[in-house]
Design a protein around this ligand. Structure first.
Ligand code: ATP
Length: 258
């Protein structure tokens, strides 16, 4: 294991990450760095390795190679709970809310589990629900929420205790363009207000191009391109990766191609 370099101060870094599942190479030599306040996009065709990357960066998956470095500290060998306590939060493709609890309690118990007193946790829960325009949902049972509300509540819950880094795994899935663009605006605002680094994974490439200042593109477990939205929009490599996935040009490729 290498000592982290000086540039890893105040960032969440993947350094040479590889993951193999019984011979299947899900990730290979992936590097990326997320800084506080930055909104970084991670895109790629189905099976590219995006969720595996989020799992590695949040302690849910141990890398086979490479290291995760948080603000200069190597995180390998620590569990997901430690990552969360140290300020790395995430959402899942499925909301994974506590279905038997109200929306408010989903946030409050998370705050308490992370070390807040119950009154502190409730106060922050109300604040986040208000900030994300979710206050009317507070007393509702989380198990009965429509899918898109479940996603929004999952983001609010991930923001409890003000994480330094937030990793969003397809937060806009199932949302209309209008809802996705509303969510994108919220994500940008929260990143700025909380000085939180956000890694956004989305099949909705249009949303990523509009929301992120920098984008990393994975294909078959490797970084095939990185750059500004403008560079990604015009990348022949990205175009090829998306075009190659199906006979029809998928919606996300259309967005990339502009
Ligand atoms: N736990 C696992 N065991 C075995 N193979 C896995 C496991 N998790 C992921 N994979 C495989 O690793 C590769 C990358 O999967 P991953 O879910 O990270 O891709 P993705 O880019 O998030 O895909 P999608 O956009 O379809 O969600 C795929 O081939 C997948 O089948």
């Amino acid at each position: 294991m290498h000592a982290p370099d000086a540039s890893s101060a105040r960032s969440l870094q993947a350094q040479g990450i590889g993951v193999a599942f019984a011979g299947l190479r899900a990730l290979h030599g992936v590097n990326l760095a997320l800084r506080p306040g930055q909104v970084l996009g991670l895109i790629g065709p189905n099976g590219a390795g995006k969720t595996t990357m989020v799992n590695v960066l949040t302690g849910f998956q141990a890398p086979t190679q490479g290291q995760v470095v948080l603000n200069g500290q190597v995180m390998n060998g620590r569990g997901a709970h430690t990552f969360r306590r140290q300020g790395i939060a995430r959402t899942f493709q499925a909301g994974r809310l506590f279905k038997d609890l109200s929306v408010l309690d989903n946030l409050a118990v998370t705050g308490v589990a992370l070390g807040a007193s119950r009154p502190e946790a409730e106060q922050q829960a109300w604040h986040l629900l208000e900030r994300l325009k979710l206050t009317p949902l507070a007393p509702r049972g989380a198990g009965a929420l429509p899918y898109t509300d479940e996603r929004r509540v999952a983001i609010a819950r991930a923001l409890m205790r003000s994480p330094q880094y937030l990793l969003l795994d397809e937060p806009a899935a199932g949302m209309s363009e209008h809802e996705a663009s509303d969510l994108a605006a919220n994500v940008r605002d929260m990143a700025r207000e909380l000085n939180c680094g956000v890694l956004l994974i989305e099949h909705n490439v249009r949303m990523v191009l509009e929301t992120c200042e920098y984008i990393v593109v994975l294909d078959s477990g490797e970084v095939i391109e990185k750059g500004t939205p403008e560079a990604i929009r015009h990348s022949a490599v990205v175009r090829h990766a998306y075009m190659g996935t199906t006979a029809d040009v998928p919606e996300e490729a259309e967005a990339v191609l502009g």
